[in-house]
Design a binder for this molecule. Structure first.
Ligand code: FDA
Length: 395
């Protein structure tokens, strides 16, 4: 049996940040993780280059049943604070798009920074230790049981992540611990995840795998994202689809403006007047991928005509098809490929300043296990750094 001040469950982004901060305050901290390496999700993130924060991160970029919950931690430990930290470690990084910052070399650089911080702060990290149970001790504090360790401590920080990528060791332990202590857990679902299509749509778009289009995608609730969509052999992906998936509910449509920068009706009229002998297929293929236009002609979404054969009504209809192209996904690819888990430990149960459970002294929940989900683009890691830092100040 080992006695420490703080046990952190999960050596991921939130857990390592919290552990280092608590360690710097002189707390004796043990991090336990079932994986054979720390920070496994960091390592695979951002295509191996980790989109570690976003220059524009603000509370508006997060989904949570209480939209005010993230305000405190995001303002106390900002993206600039994390950028300052990686600068102090000499990280080489670059700005990609929409405020997203990526490592130049490898996501391993971010893990190394966190591990160096933990080492400097005297944190001990125990790998290959799956937490099986925790219990509150009658004299106060907790006992945490892992595969081969029994740890007693004053505070437990649950930073065990969500349910995505089960191959990387995602477990529901965090939700179970919350329920064990009577805390509400909101239903979870996969988010930032590709859509699968119904068979008839799959057949329509067969052969388009790899085609990518810059679009404005709108959910039924009116949320919009302007980024690329990508056809895959399973359905639809790409950043705009991943973003909108967090706002999509089963049975709903998404509406896609395929030409957000163009007055499409005006363009069609101009083609009719000036290039009337040309086929719509050839004209539209100058502004959208040809294979995609061919698929839309094949399923009669676009008339197989020359521009001068279009009536005014057909121009209006075609403009609508191209700017409000409606797709009803069959579902999502689920936790297997999702980047994050929507839902989780209800933030009403937690202090937004410390992340301590309001009705269970000494028990804290941080990171993806909580009901906070960021947009795609480095926002999820920024939340992990911000809440990990905030919790590390008090635990
Ligand atoms: P995280 O999942 O990182 O860590 C939880 C840890 O707990 C894991 O190490 C796990 O092994 C451990 N654990 C679980 N159960 C346990 C148990 N019973 N016992 C012991 N240990 C246990 N975000 C972003 O901002 N930018 C990006 O580029 C990306 N890219 C990206 C790509 C892919 C493919 C995925 C799946 C996700 C992303 N994300 C992302 C999201 C990001 O990875 C995620 O939000 C954070 O990793 C969450 O950090 P946490 O520390 O909360 O959990």
């Amino acid at each position: 049996m080992q006695q420490v001040d703080v046990v952190v469950i999960g050596a991921g982004a939130a857990g390592l940040m919290c552990a280092a901060q608590a360690g710097y305050r002189g707390r004796k901290v043990a991090v336990v993780d079932m994986g054979k390496k720390p920070g496994r999700k960091i390592l695979i993130s951002g295509g191996g280059r980790c989109n570690f924060t976003n220059e524009n991160a603000s509370p508006a970029n997060y989904l949570c049943s209480n939209p005010h919950f993230v305000k405190s931690c995001l303002s106390r430990y900002t993206q600039q604070d994390f950028i300052d930290l990686v600068d102090r470690h000499g990280l080489q990084y670059h700005h990609k798009t929409l405020g997203q910052l990526f490592c130049d070399n490898s996501a391993q650089d971010i893990v190394d920074i966190l591990l160096t911080e933990c080492e400097w702060a005297g944190v001990s990290i125990h790998l290959r230790q799956e937490v099986s149970s925790i219990s509150a001790l009658p004299e106060g504090g907790y006992q945490v049981q892992t595969s081969t360790l029994t740890l007693q401590c004053e505070s437990v920080v649950v930073a065990s992540g969500g349910l995505t990528m089960p191959k990387l060791g995602a477990t529901p332990i965090g939700y179970k611990i919350a329920e064990q202590f009577g805390l509400k857990v909101l239903p979870t679902t996969a988010a930032l995840v590709p859509f699968t299509l119904h068979d008839h749509d799959k057949a329509r778009f067969d052969g388009l795998s790899g085609v990518s289009v810059d679009c404005l995608v709108t959910s039924e609730s009116g949320v919009q994202f302007r980024e690329n969509i990508l056809f895959t052999h399973r359905g639809l992906s790409g950043p705009a689809i991943l973003q909108i998936s967090s706002f999509w509910k089963s049975g709903e449509y998404v509406s896609i403006n395929l030409l957000p920068d163009l007055n499409v009706a005006e363009q069609l009229h101009q083609w009719r007047n000036e290039q009337g002998q040309k086929s719509l297929k050839n004209l539209l293929s100058t502004i959208l991928p040809k294979r995609f236009i061919e698929a839309l002609i094949e399923d009669k979404s676009i008339p197989d005509k020359n521009a001068n054969q279009l009536s005014h009504t057909e121009i209006d209809q075609l403009a609508q098809t191209l700017t409000e192209w409606k797709i009803k996904p069959n579902g999502t690819e689920g936790y297997r490929t999702a980047e994050v888990t929507l839902g989780g430990v209800d933030t009403d149960e937690l202090s937004s300043k410390t992340f301590e459970a309001k009705k269970q002294k000494g028990l804290y929940f941080i990171g993806e296990v909580t009901d906070v989900t960021g947009w795609l683009g480095g926002y999820n890691f920024q939340y992990a750094w911000s809440c990990g830092w905030a919790c590390g100040q008090v635990v």
